[in-house]
Design a protein around this ligand. Sequence first.
Ligand code: FES
Length: 182
Amino acid sequence: MELREVDQVLKEYGYEESAILPILQDIQDRDRYLAKEVCEHIAEKLSIPVTRVYRLATFYRAFSLTPRGRHLVSCCMGTACHVRGAPRVLDKLEMDLSIEPGGTTKDLMFSLESVNCLGACATGPLVVIDGHYYGHMSSIKIDSVLKEYKKPPKGEKDEGKTKKSGKSRKTEAKASKRKGPQ
Ligand code: FES
């Protein structure tokens, strides 16, 4: 994201220091990471120490200081999933994507992480991709699931997605307020 676009986000939030988290989240959503120069720019514009920005960026798992893939694949390695075969599913994911947990594929399509209990133990082994839960996973089933995410995004559909994620959280909140509860 260019710095003038960062300024636009900051403006949306009235340069409020208290809005630092949604500001970072908006930028993370658009860029899939928080670049060093962006963190520095935010700190300067909000008159806060850059260490504060980095502290938040490293504390919350939602943020990343390095580019993340278009799709985030989380493989649960909690006890319940582990005993049901999660290590085999993770091995298969590592092999298919040629990355280890914490890594991102070279084409920036996938990031892989291993996590502890995602709260759906009865459905283990569990893999979550972009917030979609895939339970009772196996090293065979994961193939077809991944295949869906490997497909290139449909031009029009993807454009729509990009446009939506381009809106700030504040703009979306205003819009839903106008529409009322649904
Ligand atoms: S151990 Fe995997 S969801 Fe609980």
